[in-house]
Design a protein around this ligand. Sequence first.
Ligand code: TTP
Ligand code: MG
Length: 376
Amino acid sequence: MSDSAAGNDQDDGSGPGLRKIIHVDMDAFYASVEQRDDPSLRGKPVAVGGDGPRGVLSTCSYEARRFGCRSAMPSVTARRLCPDLIFRRPRFAVYTAISRQIRAIFRDYTPHVEPLSLDEAFLDVTEDMKGIGSATRIAELIRARIRAETGLTASAGVSYNKFLAKLASDQNKPDGLCLIRPGEGAAFVAVLPVRRFFGIGPRGAEKMAALGIATGADLAACDIIFLRTHFGSQADYLYRAARGIDLRRVKAHRPRKSLGAERTFDKDISSGSTLREVLERIIAITWDRIEAGGTRGRTVTLKLKHADFSNLTRARSLAQPVADRAQFAAIGHALLDEVLPLAQPVRLLGLILSQLDGEEDATPAPVGGDAQLSLL
Ligand code: TTP
Ligand code: MG
């Protein structure tokens, strides 16, 4: 791509051909579901995740966030910050069912729905199918229906591209709405700390801080050559993002590539029979999710992580999709038998179904999540 094309300065997506994008994201999703279904948890600091020594928070309620608790934080740290924190195990089947409910609501307003995970999606509502009048009004209607039909709150961002809509949905969380109008994107981004940009993690933000880049405005002041020198393949994205530009379309179909579950043990395991028992549980959870998603897949992969963190995988592919739970379980156990007896103790066991079809969901990001049982 040439330098001039990198920024696409002439077309920032807010001129003719303007698109209307909504990003909807449920508030403290897993934790809110637990509070909904157990009234004794309402108004309390609640974490969803494993509470063992290697447990990690999948998420926590806003009450817990006031103490500094966050997603992906080790559970021991969270408990130190908030001694009254109440832990709950994730109930993926319930979250998946709610995810289907909210997607059905989205599809009532547009066929252009791109789910990013169970609890968030982009909607392109440029074409006002129901004659509602404005994207903001559509976003409000969707939030109201989510509340009425699921008993949960969602936040929404409305703007003229995906990058800005996602930033906007985060702006007034929880239970909030934010609109970034055409012409306002660059100013909105200018005052944001760079860590709020999608794709800039804590390490990226540190690197930027070392270069004197703290905000969107600082980033916008960098030329493309400088960005390429320091950020390589991310440079073009950063150049545009700093100007509030994002020309990506909402893609309605993003087939996921794999689905599975894995378990990290509190203590490393060296017994084959214990591993077989754990595998049973992983099979049950993975197959529930496969059924919930109407997914079919041909390849089963067993994944082991040894005490020294070396990985071992064993896979088997069929000519036809795995037919049922019994076949899935049989293949999983056969793969485990291939690696027994163990060369050394194991700290993690996982089972994955891939070569999928029949599922429109986006692949969930590999978000660490609950280290006890994280989605792949
Ligand atoms: P998020 O939308 O990132 O977080 P959230 O809905 O809990 O809170 P909010 O959007 O109000 O900030 O993620 C949605 C769900 O995905 C979350 O409830 C649990 C799961 N998740 C993990 O399992 N691990 C993670 O690291 C993250 C970020 C989320
Ligand atoms: Mg959310």
